[in-house]
Design a protein around this ligand. Structure first.
Ligand code: SF4
Length: 480
């Protein structure tokens, strides 16, 4: 993924989180499998991670949890994992798009209340979280964190007092919360997964031997040797017990055209080896590249992708245009949270530390460079410059998404309009700013083709929000 590549100040986009839940009916410990699952989801969040486990045969309410700041391999040691005994558990990787980046805000959240203990992991942003939080605070609630997930947990706990089961409590909470959420909830004897009715964020079900898994992306199922069972439907609540999977679809939209999957998952966030709602991320990127080649052809000698998420689209462009596909960039992947970023005045550009060009591949060539997005434009300008320094004769930039024109309120840190290079500028002006010979973006109409007709959210490109954006800016630190 490109998340760790774009290191020019503020020019990277991030996914909010990845979730992973597992329930082993044979009573094996699940913590180490959750760890490997989180490792496969690391691209979805690199600031903090955590695992909470419980023993369904043990005393109700006893949850072992460990969380910390950093990557999975920085936070967990073999000793810590060995100490996390339990056959049911949830895990989480996080990047903060609402709520600051602190240990308290790391997930899963563990909540003790009158009916026992809940552990919850959440991906997405609620648009009504500030209102719900205020309402709860007026009724005496004291929050330990600043994240939306605690608002959801409180609502589930409150509903649980009035309802006969935890899944009914989740349904009750879902009637109040509005926005993007894929949830995994662990109760003492059940694991529950839920997806908001718009289906903004992915969530799927897997199975390995006598254990069930709920996870953000199917690539993590491959990592742990589990089989894909199916996606959780937008609006569906699934309850996993030893009797199997129960499904509640009462909150799904009758009119499925109202669903609004985040199309940027296909363009950029997700790993190419994941499949959401029947659409392969890799295939979606190939399609975007093919569409770019049809809509924005140019004579050239070589097509290259900016790793990783530009590679699939570059291959698609090459297939359609018959212009050879090549590798132009070598990436250094060993950058963790503690990596010391160069100061603004430093000669070592952060992009150059991450990315080098194969001079032999591009020297003297007319190069088509495919990238997945341009946010503020600083990184694109640097990469174009690196290609020219390496001897590329021409650099034609093709972007496998339309221009970003609007912020996102559903869990992606797209900044406010005044910081987006495309806002108020023509494509030619952007092209001049990044120093390319030509520039084209994917046409908006192509997004639906890319998602193979699934109803999608395109708000950051089109301004057509599936849910009314909140009046208050809920987007957290990144928006400032
Ligand atoms: S606004 Fe953009 S990034 Fe946000 S959910 Fe919609 S498509 Fe995804």
């Amino acid at each position: 993924m490109r998340h760790d590549l774009n290191m020019t100040a503020g020019d990277e986009l991030h996914e909010e989180c990845g979730v992973f839940g597992m329930y082993d009916f044979d009573h094996g410990d699940v913590a180490s499998t959750i760890y490997y699952g989180l490792f496969a989801l690391q691209h979805r969040g690199q600031e903090s991670c955590g695992i909470a486990v419980s023993d369904t045969a043990g005393p109700k309410g006893k949850v072992n949890a460990y969380k910390g700041m950093g990557l999975c391999n920085e936070v967990f040691t073999p000793e810590i994992l060995e100490g996390l005994h339990g056959n049911i558990g949830v895990g989480h990787v996080r990047y903060s798009t609402a709520g600051s980046s602190t240990r308290e805000n790391a997930q899963p959240l563990v909540l003790n209340y009158i009916k026992g203990t809940l552990a919850l992991a959440h991906n997405g942003n609620l648009v009504n979280a500030p209102d719900l939080r205020r309402e709860l605070e007026y009724s005496g609630a004291i929050f330990q964190t600043t994240i939306d997930s605690e608002v959801i947990a409180y609502h589930i706990a409150r509903e649980r007092v009035k309802t006969s089961s935890v899944e009914e409590a989740v349904a009750g909470a879902m009637k109040k919360i509005v926005g993007a959420y894929s949830l995994v909830v662990m109760s003492p004897r059940k694991m529950i997964g839920a997806r908001d009715p718009f289906g903004f964020k992915p969530l799927c079900i897997g199975k390995r031997d006598n254990a069930y898994i709920l996870v953000s992306e199917s690539c993590a199922l491959d990592t742990i040797g589990a089989e894909f069972v199916r996606d959780v439907k937008p609006g569906e609540i699934v309850t996993i017990t030893k009797d199997g999977i129960a499904s509640d679809t009462r909150l799904c939209f009758q009119d499925r055209s109202r669903e609004a999957r985040c199309v940027f998952e296909y363009i950029y966030f997700a790993r190419p080896d994941s499949v959401f709602d029947g659409v392969s991320v890799y295939q979606a990127r190939i399609l975007a590249g093919r569409a770019l080649a049809v809509d924005s052809p140019v004579e050239a000698d070589l097509v290259v992708g900016v790793p990783e998420s530009g590679n699939g689209a570059a291959l698609g462009y090459s297939m359609e245009s018959q212009i050879p596909y090549g590798t132009a960039f070598v990436k250094n992947s060993y950058v963790g949270r503690t990596f010391i970023k160069p100061k603004q005045s430093s000669r070592e550009s952060a992009v150059r530390i991450k990315l080098n060009v194969l001079k032999e591949a591009v020297a003297g060539k007319r190069v088509i460079m495919i990238d997945d997005s341009i946010v503020r434009g600083t990184t694109s300008a640097l990469i174009v410059g690196i290609l020219r320094e390496a001897g590329a004769k021409e650099v034609h930039v093709r972007i496998s998404a339309p221009p970003f024109l609007h912020p996102c309120y559903f869990g992606t840190d797209i900044p406010s309009e005044d910081q987006l290079i495309a806002h108020g500028r023509t494509v030619q002006e952007i092209c001049d700013m990044i120093g390319a010979d030509s520039l084209s973006f994917l046409r908006q109409e192509r997004l639906t083709e890319m998602a193979q007709g699934l109803p999608i959210c395109t708000a950051c490109f089109s301004g057509e929000y599936p849910i009314q954006p909140p009046e208050e800016d809920i987007r957290g630190e990144y928006a400032q």
